[in-house]
Design a protein around this ligand. Structure first.
Ligand SMILES: *Cc1c(COP(=O)(O)O)cnc(C)c1O
Length: 390
């Protein structure tokens, strides 16, 4: 049996048989570190919660089925998921990556992964020719490229990378394609169906959706990779805790309705920002003259509720951050509460200055994650903040 996306959000994976036979409607929180064996050499399927836990397994099954994946893994955060994936890659190899990424991923790649002798080659993957060139250079240098790692839309400048074409190119070179799908979620974009090999998501954002828990997910159809990831989880213990797994399952029940409502509100805000004096440019993949509009439209069913915008002066950017009342000045995104972020000093503070400049992460760039509040209230808040009635 298979259900529509929206129904699967509510029911979980229809193929998955719950471990509990009480008839409970929500997944129980199996707050148990260990599980007794019925007899010598017999297991219930659960031995120790670092390896597997029924609440975590339920969460993994939901996300895997939303991504149309054979395997799903839940981690204690998005970064724990990315780390586990890289732990599954051989040391001494090369990964070609988008150069406009979540700041925490860049920090991980440039420090811990570098010390594991994984070479990161950054390029603007929104232009396929750059990825081609990176492969040629790596191969000329005798490097083995394990994977191409992309975010689309990217963070924070909302560049779009063609998933299908990048997957084809990666596969020609015997490399995997990894897509960080945090911004659009499987509700709007299905990277595995477009040819990607692994999907990374920060569940902290839209999946959990309530700014109340950290979580991360990996999904894949690749048997060998799944086995490696499973070994990493078992060995390093970065799996998602039972209570947080429960919150993830609960958050996902409303994913479809939240994604729709938040996108609608985001579009109302964009219409207002586009004609607002003091705003010089809005970055959003749903704006027709944004460079990635056509590609995003061809590979996703929506544009999401994340946007970035430039204002005319750094003073105005600071004024907005000091004056917003309903919208909170905080890192993170994707929750029911709208949040405004200053990438320069927050999410991208650890990105080298020259890279920030090149990518347009300046002191006049703000990023807005639109939540579930009323559009008119959010616009009124931005209007008063723009004019700085502190
Ligand atoms: C937040 C985020 C991450 C990291 O996730 P955490 O849950 O904060 O560890 C990775 N990628 C993107 C695009 C993100 O927004």
């Amino acid at each position: 049996m298979s259900y529509s996306f929206r129904t699967t959000c509510v029911t979980g994976n229809p193929q998955y048989k719950p471990r509990d036979n009480t008839g409970c409607i929500t997944v129980p929180i199996y707050q148990s570190a260990t599980f007794a064996h019925p007899s010598l050499g017999v297991s219930t399927g659960f031995d120790y919660s670092r390896l597997e836990n029924p609440t975590r397994e339920y969460a993994e099954q939901v996300v895997a089925s939303l991504d149309h994946a054979k395997y799903g893994f839940a981690f204690s955060s998005g970064m724990a998921a990315v780390t586990a994936l890289f732990d599954a890659f051989d040391a001494g190899t090369t990964v070609i990556s988008s150069d406009d990424l979540y700041g925490g991923s860049i920090r991980l790649f440039n420090t811990i992964e570098k010390s594991r002798n994984i070479t990161l080659t950054y390029t603007d993957t929104s232009n396929l020719a750059n990825v081609k060139k990176s492969f040629e250079t790596a191969e000329k240098n005798g490097e083995r490229v394990t994977a191409v790692y992309i975010e689309t839309p990217s963070n924070p400048t909302m560049l779009i990378t063609d998933i299908k074409k990048t997957a084809e190119l990666a596969h020609e070179h015997h490399a995997l394609l990894v897509v960080d799908n945090t911004f659009l979620t499987p509700y709007f974009q299905q990277p595995l169906s477009l040819g990607a090999d692994i999907v990374v998501q920060s569940g902290t954002k839209f999946l959990c959706g309530h700014n109340d828990t950290l979580a991360g997910f990996l999904t894949t159809n690749n048997d060998e990779l799944a086995e490696r990831i499973s070994f990493v989880v078992k060995t390093t213990g970065s799996g998602l805790a039972p209570f947080d797994s429960y919150l993830a399952v609960r958050g996902i029940k409303t994913l479809a309705v939240r994604m729709e409502a938040q996108q609608k509100t985001a579009q109302e805000i964009i219409s207002w920002l586009s004609i607002c004096p003091g705003v010089t440019k809005v970055l959003y993949p749903g704006i027709k003259d944004n460079s990635g509009y056509e590609i995003n439209k061809s590979q996703a069913t929506g544009f999401g509720s994340m946007m970035s915008f430039y204002v005319d002066t750094p003073e105005r950017a600071e004024k907005i951050l000091r004056s917003v009342k309903l919208i909170r000045f905080a890192e993170s995104l994707g929750g029911v509460e709208s949040l405004i972020t200053y990438p320069l000093t927050q999410t991208h503070a650890d990105v080298p200055e020259e890279d920030r400049k090149r990518k347009g992460i300046t002191n006049t760039l703000l990023r807005l994650s639109v939540g579930l509040e009323d559009a008119q209230d959010l616009i009124a808040d931005l209007a008063q903040a723009m004019n700085g009635s502190e």
